[in-house]
Design a protein around this ligand. Sequence first.
Ligand code: NAD
Length: 476
Amino acid sequence: MHMRINGAEVPSAGAGWKDVKNPATGETIDRVPDGTPEDVKNAVESAESAFPKWSGKTGRERGLLLFHAAAQVRDRHKELGRLLTIEQGKPLREAIDEVRGFCNVLEFYAGLSSQPAGEAIHLGSQGDCMVFHEPLGVCGAIIPWNMPVIIMGWKVAPALLAGNTIVMKPSSTAPLTALSISAILEEAGLPPGVLNIVTGSGGSAGEAIVTHPSVQKVSFTGSCATGCRVRELAGSRNKEVILELGGSDAMIVMNDADIRKAVDGAIRGRFYNAGQTCTAVKRLFVHRDSAESFISLLKVRVESLKVGNGLDPKVDMGPVNNRQQYDTLSEIMRSVKENREGTILTGGSPLKGDGYNNGYFFEPTLVRDVAEGSALLTGEIFGPVLPLMVIPDLDAAIREANRSPYGLGASIWTNDLATVKRVYHEVHAGIIWVNRHLTVPPEIPFGGTKESGIGRENGYRALQEYSRTKTLFLGW
Ligand code: NAD
């Protein structure tokens, strides 16, 4: 596939290509151009030319277009879901959900298009003021490989509705569905140049987007290390950023929790998308009174997960997305075994042999009583490995939950309101779920504290992230 600039497929100004592999088989399924700073320059110019007309439309006109585009993507959700599974690895069911989730995001923002924006301020004898919300101009969007479609929606939908034009870079290991969707948006009537997609590496195309003087704001989702680099580059140019970075979400199960419901929550919270979700359950704390019954039920459920090619409808969990993830995970588990960093209750190794071919499959893994200082607790484990600790009381749970540089999400499983109140007030995170984990519908603001990021996506407030106020003072 080629990049999409100014409403058309274009090759790169450079000669390079990047192979896209199916993580379930290791086979190359397509290739995309290795975009250069020259490609980014062309994309930004195209976005700049499209801006006056796009920003000149009424909010309702842009909203109608988003509604129409959502319907066209929805019509093709099966074919897009299949493409997403082939390039990303997740089970088809999850891939189709993600495509539908993208449509939900478009529809949510389209629905906000008729909301009144701006304010009028009466200043007595001094006069009157009107405050307008203006789009920023050309915005940059940089996307990771784990949820490439929904994250595209989180960035593109509010930015477009607010009247901005966009240059977006998907990840090199999962760019195909995003490219197909952008072509569908254009078929649905999105004018050429409003959304441009440049493929390629972060160091070249990604940094060129962040540093281009005409790009007003960059919304980045990815790892903390890359987020810091993006912040540095943008900050030295006085450019605003939204950073949605890593997480190490705690799930706390108290002794009054509904154990079956909590086990379901832990399974979905950790093993959905093979554990490669920013808000996955990455550290599980269980109250000692219910620990043994919870753990034995959880172990049975983890062992029953069927791992395989996501196109097989019986599969619960696909491979991890790429070689680097697979190697990192294998290395972490090798260290856990060698240094006795915890008791492995099940799993712990890559899956090889029959049926797994050259895919990046890893066993669903449960490790209990993890030692202090283990990478399972201090880092962000982006794969199907669930570390579990038994805690004596709520004080210990809150203390442990906060012992992480991250602050994306956390969940508390209880029926006691006083417990909820304490966790809500004392655990540092952008979202606290009660008897639930992972769910992020477009209606709610989403983003982290501490090293998990800056700014918020989703909800009506995201429109403000993509606009600036301008005041008209009428002195009369
Ligand atoms: P990554 O940081 O390696 O890459 C993310 C994107 O940034 C890719 O498109 C990459 O090409 C680009 N990039 C790399 N170097 C760059 C640079 N120097 N300048 C500009 N762009 C650059 O992350 P990943 O491995 O693709 O994704 C996994 C990470 O994303 C995890 O840490 C996960 O927690 C995080 N994530 C966060 C959220 C959230 O909303 N908080 C959501 C999903 C994923």
